[in-house]
Design a protein around this ligand. Structure first.
Ligand SMILES: Cc1cc2nc3c(=O)[nH]c(=O)nc-3n(C[C@H](O)[C@H](O)[C@H](O)COP(=O)(O)OP(=O)(O)OC[C@H]3O[C@@H](n4cnc5c(N)ncnc54)[C@H](O)[C@@H]3O)c2cc1C
Length: 377
C-alpha cells in the first residue's frame, strides 16, 4: 500500500496497529487530520467490558461489537494481523506492505474472549474474525451455559469474577465454581475489594477455591483435577486466566529492543516508544507503571493523538503532551445491579458502584466516544 489518494498527498500517513480500545479511539480522533490506516486482526471493535454480559444475554453484543467501518468513515481498514515493522513500513500476514510516516502500536491483548486455552491460541492463529461469527459465538456460549448445571470458571481476576457475577444473577439455579491460583480474588486491586467480592460471591452460593489451579489440557468427561488434588465435576468451563499480550509479533522487528523483559513496549512520558521519534505505544502493551484498564488506554489514545497532531503540523517537540500514570481506580461489576469499586480513599460494594457500571457497562458512553448513537434504534 503505497502513496495515497489524490488530494490526500500532503497529509501524513499514520498507521495504527490494533483496533481495540486505544487503537480504535486514536484512529477515530485522527481520521480527519491524517491519512490513517488501521490494521486489526478482526473487522470489528469489541467493547471488552461488555463481553461477559454477552455470554448470558447474547443480544447485548449487538451494541458492543461494532464494525470498524461504522465509526471510521475516513480510515483505510486492513483486516489482517501485523507480522513485522521496519523503520518505515508495517507488514501484514497477507504480505501487504504499508508505509508510514507515524506509527501507533496498540496491540494490547490478543482477542480471545473467555475460551479454553488451546482454543484461545488456535482461535487467534485462525486469523481475522467477522462480527457475524463473533455474534454466533456468543449464542453458542450462551447455549452452553443454559444447558449446564455446574459451571467451572478458571481464574479469579476481573474476567472470572465478572463472569461468575453475571451467571449467579441471571441463572441463580446453576452451580458456579471459581478456581483461582492466587491467594485472593482480584489481585490487581486492593485486599478490601477482594474480600468484598468474595463475600458477595459466597452469598450468591458461588464456590471459590483459592491457591489452586486446574490443568485444562487433561480434562476428561467433565472431570477436572486441581493442583491441590481435588476433583471437580462440571458440565462446562470458562478459561478466564488472562489473555496473551499482543507483543510477541514485535520480537524480531525494528522495535525488538524497545520491549522490556516482560514483553511490554517501553514508552516515554509523551507515549513515544523509547528510542523512536515517529512511533507511539499506547494501551495495555505499554510498560507504564499503572493497572491495565480501558479508561487509561483511552487517555493514552487522547495524549498520543494530540502529540501526533502537533508533530504532523510541524509543532515543537517540547510542546508535546505528557502522560502521567494514574492511581489504580477500578470497578468490577457483580451482575446487573451491583459492583465492587476501588476509588481513591474508599472501596465500596453494592448498588452505587453498580449504578455507575453494571447496568449498561459503559456501552452507550463508549459508543458515543466513537461518534455512534448509544442505542441501535
Ligand atoms: C472482561 C473484561 C472487563 C474489563 N472491564 C474494564 C472496565 O470496566 N474498565 C476498564 O477501564 N477496563 C476494563 N477492562 C480492561 C480493558 O478492556 C483493557 O485495558 C483495554 O482493552 C486495553 O486496550 P488496548 O487497546 O490496549 O488493547 P485491546 O483492547 O486488547 O486491543 C488490542 C487489539 O489489537 C489487536 N491485535 C493484537 N495483535 C495484533 C496484531 N499483531 N496485528 C493486528 N492486530 C492485533 C487485537 O485483535 C485487538 O483488537 C476489562 C477487560 C476485560 C477483558
Amino acid at each position: 500500500m503505497e502513496g495515497g489518494l489524490e488530494g490526500e498527498e500532503r497529509k501524513k500517513r499514520v498507521v495504527v496497529v490494533g483496533g481495540g480500545v486505544a487503537g480504535s479511539l486514536v484512529a477515530k480522533t485522527l481520521q480527519d487530520h491524517a491519512n490513517v490506516v488501521l490494521v486489526d486482526s478482526k473487522e470489528y471493535f469489541e467493547i471488552p467490558w461488555a463481553s461477559l454480559r454477552s455470554l448470558v444475554e447474547p443480544s447485548f453484543a449487538e451494541r458492543s461489537v461494532i464494525n470498524h467501518s461504522e465509526y471510521l468513515q475516513n480510515v483505510d481498514i486492513v483486516v489482517s494481523t501485523a507480522t513485522n515493522v521496519t523503520e518505515s513500513e508495517v507488514v501484514t500476514a497477507q504480505g501487504l506492505v504499508i508505509e508510514y510516516d507515524y506509527l501507533v502500536i496498540a496491540t494490547g491483548h490478543v482477542d480471545t474472549g473467555a475460551l479454553a486455552r488451546s482454543e484461545k491460541l488456535s482461535h487467534y492463529q485462525a486469523g481475522p474474525e467477522t462480527r457475524t461469527k463473533k455474534l454466533s459465538q456468543y449464542q453458542a456460549e450462551h447455549q452452553k451455559i443454559k444447558a449446564s448445571n455446574t459451571i467451572l470458571i478458571v481464574g479469579g481476576g476481573p474476567t472470572g469474577v465478572e463472569l461468575a457475577g453475571e451467571i449467579a444473577i441471571d441463572f441463580p439455579d446453576k452451580k458456579v465454581i471459581i478456581v483461582h491460583r492466587g491467594p485472593r480474588l482480584l489481585e490487581f486491586i486492593g485486599h478490601k475489594a477482594s474480600r468484598k467480592a468474595l463475600d458477595w460471591l459466597t452469598s450468591k452460593k458461588v464456590e471459590v477455591i483459592l491457591e489452586q489451579s486446574v490443568n485444562l489440557s487433561s480434562v476428561s468427561d467433565g472431570v477436572y483435577q486441581t493442583s491441590g488434588g481435588e476433583t471437580i465435576t462440571a458440565d462446562c468451563h470458562f478459561d478466564c486466566t488472562g489473555k496473551p499480550m499482543g507483543s510477541s509479533w514485535l520480537r524480531e522487528t525494528a522495535l525488538m529492543n524497545s520491549l522490556d523483559v516482560r514483553g511490554r513496549l517501553m514508552v516515554d512520558e509523551n507515549l513515544r516508544v523509547k528510542g523512536q521519534t515517529n512511533v507511539f505505544g499506547i494501551g495495555d502493551i505499554t510498560d507504564l507503571p499503572e493497572i491495565k484498564q480501558g479508561y487509561l488506554a483511552q487517555r493514552h489514545a487522547q495524549v498520543a493523538a494530540k502529540n501526533l497532531k502537533l508533530l504532523m503540523t510541524g509543532g515543537e517537540e517540547c510542546k508535546m503532551g505528557v502522560y502521567k500514570p494514574a492511581w489504580p481506580l477500578a470497578i468490577v461489576s457483580l451482575g446487573r445491579n451491583e459492583a465492587v469499586a476501588q476509588f481513591y480513599f474508599v472501596t465500596i460494594i453494592g448498588c452505587i458502584p453498580g449504578m455507575i457500571k453494571s447496568r449498561d457497562l459503559f456501552v452507550g458512553k463508549t459508543r458515543k466516544q466513537l461518534g455512534l448513537k448509544p442505542d441501535l434504534l
